[in-house]
Design a protein around this ligand. Structure first.
Ligand SMILES: *Cc1c(COP(=O)(O)O)cnc(C)c1O
Length: 337
């Protein structure tokens, strides 16, 4: 079935730009690096969840929902964008926050947590790492139903087959832009977390019979678990579209060497990547996802993985509001004159 048959809200006008990063490419002395500016998608401060929410919120509206319920970490970009979509559609929003790093939740935190407040989130429930989040959200939804409300539950990261359609659509944009620009990308690199981005791009590139190899840089799990997560979601997304799902089997590539001690825990290579992109290109990455994914790309360039003549596309999935919550780790301090 064509992706055009799925109900979709539109939160971004047109395609996001693909830009060439001349100064970064020159500094690294490797291939030409390009960036897909999904950090400039619509809704408050943009990022990849906006694409997923176009399909998820359309489904919620079709079902007559009045409240979006979702889950994420204390600095979740997905929770921020779900709250923004709710505002835009006149819906309410409830959040279940998983404190993945013990003690990391703070009511006076800045970054995305501050934006939950500004965007009018109705209430936040905080639970420890390892809590059954699906069950937690189901319980919140039951409570809302008992009050006569109509909740719609969105899984963490918006990563189910419907949400992944947002990145099937993104792959279509990349293929069209590549043809239009006359640039054949030799590789595409993205961050791989709850897997909707990685899986959606894989299915979309495959559907377009594109030869661009895709690598996901893991931000949390080791290769076997992350590969299984991406492959499982890619298969279900292909099935939702009625495509042959066997073609995605065995094609998932994950690099797990840039996670460091764990999800959302800073690494030196992340700090270097965030500061390089800001200082050389004026592009703001984030400390949890794109900083580590870009650290992976930089690391692979330094390993000599690509020829100087090749073109590599980095998908910037957003997240810059979280930078503010990591200021002590990232800032050097501007010298006072
Ligand atoms: C959620 C997120 C990702 C990871 O995308 P998944 O689809 O969850 O794998 C990458 N970058 C940013 C900024 C995110 O918020």
């Amino acid at each position: 079935m064509s992706i055009a048959r799925f109900p979709r809200r539109r939160y971004t006008a047109g395609m996001t730009a693909i830009e060439r990063l001349d100064r970064l490419s020159e500094a690294l002395g490797g291939p030409t690096i390009w960036i897909k500016r999904d950090d400039q998608l619509g809704l408050s401060a943009g990022g990849n969840k906006t694409r997923k929410l176009e399909f998820l919120v359309a489904d919620a509206l079709a079902q007559g929902a009045d409240t979006l319920v979702t889950t994420g970490a204390p600095q979740s970009n997905h929770c921020r964008l779900t709250a923004a979509a709710a505002v835009k559609e006149g819906l309410k929003c409830r959040l279940l926050i998983e404190e993945r790093i013990p003690g990391s939740f703070a009511q006076d935190a800045t970054g995305n947590h501050f934006l939950f407040d500004l965007l009018g989130v109705e209430s936040i429930e905080v639970v420890p790492a390892g809590t059954d989040l699906a069950a937690g959200m189901a319980r919140i939804a039951e409570g809302l139903k008992a009050e006569g409300r109509k909740p719609y539950v969105i899984p963490g990261g918006g990563s189910n087959p419907l949400g992944a359609l947002g990145y099937v659509a993104c792959a279509g944009e990349i293929v069209a832009q590549s043809a239009d620009m006359g640039v054949a990308f030799d590789a595409v690199v993205c961050a791989s977390g709850s897997a909707g981005t990685h899986a959606g791009l894989l299915v979309g590139l495959e559907a377009a019979r594109s030869q661009m190899p895709l690598t996901g840089v893991s931000v949390r799990r080791a290769v076997p678990e992350q590969t299984a997560l991406v492959e499982g979601l890619a298969v279900r997304t292909a099935e939702l579209l009625g495509h042959d799902s066997s073609v995605v089997a065995g094609t998932v590539r994950v690099d797990d060497r840039w996670v460091g001690e764990g999800y959302a825990i800073p690494t030196d290579t992340m700090v270097e990547a965030v500061r390089m992109l800001a200082g050389l290109e004026g592009v703001l990455l984030d400390p949890v996802y794109t900083g580590k994914a870009m650290a992976g790309l930089i690391g692979q360039v330094r390993e000599g993985r690509w020829k100087k003549s090749e073109n590599i596309l980095f998908v910037h999935t957003g997240g810059s509001p979280a930078l503010y919550a990591y200021r002590p780790t990232l800032a050097k301090g501007v010298p006072l004159a």
